[in-house]
Design a protein around this ligand. Structure first.
Ligand SMILES: [Zn+2]
Length: 182
């Protein structure tokens, strides 16, 4: 079953089936080639847990987002992927989570978050358009976890590309900056 785009009809509890390679789309391939951060590579689990601890300290709604992401991590349903540069059709976004799946969902996370931009001292900036106004925002691992966790709690992007916001990139959710600690 291909990974649906954000906002598609929900199938709760769905995890990509890596035993059915013919059915895999780019996002599913990234998932199937990804690694569970619980394996401990590069201190990923420690970095994710530290980011979630900081997020929880920010209070509602960040504590709830952190709690859901912690559940997903504990279930082994976060996978960290590396962009396959040999594949022109490879998944290249920073992450993915399906809208509204809560603790039963999964999170796909690009390794740049866990391995490079993993704390406040190692944050970066990006820009998008919100209501057609150019907006700069900070990004790091905590931001990425807040963004994907927000999706699990049924929050969509606030900057998607639409006819009235043609330069939006889908980088922001309502809580991604605040709960990202910025
Ligand atoms: Zn998103």
């Amino acid at each position: 079953m291909p990974t649906p785009d954000q906002g598609d009809t929900l199938t709760f509890g769905y995890i990509p089936d890596c035993n059915d390679p013919g059915a895999l789309d780019a996002g599913d391939r990234a998932w199937c080639n990804g690694k569970d951060p619980n394996a401990g590579v590069n201190g990923r689990k420690t970095r994710i847990s530290a980011a979630l601890d900081s997020m929880a300290l920010l209070g509602p709604p960040c504590d709830r987002i952190a709690s859901v992401v912690r559940d997903v991590l504990a279930a082994g349903h976060i996978r960290v992927f590396h962009i396959d540069t040999s594949d022109p059709t490879a998944y290249k976004k920073g992450g993915f989570a399906r809208i509204g799946e809560g603790s039963g969902g999964y999170i796909l996370l690009q390794d740049t978050w866990t391995d490079s931009f993993y704390d406040r001292k190692r944050s970066g900036t990006a820009y998008t358009y919100v209501n057609n106004v150019r907006t700069t925002y900070y990004v790091d691992l905590q931001y990425a976890l807040a963004h994907e966790g927000d999706h699990l709690l049924r929050n969509f992007h606030i900057d998607d590309k639409t006819p009235s916001n043609p330069n939006g990139i889908g980088g922001l959710t309502v809580n991604s900056e605040h709960c990202g600690g910025f």
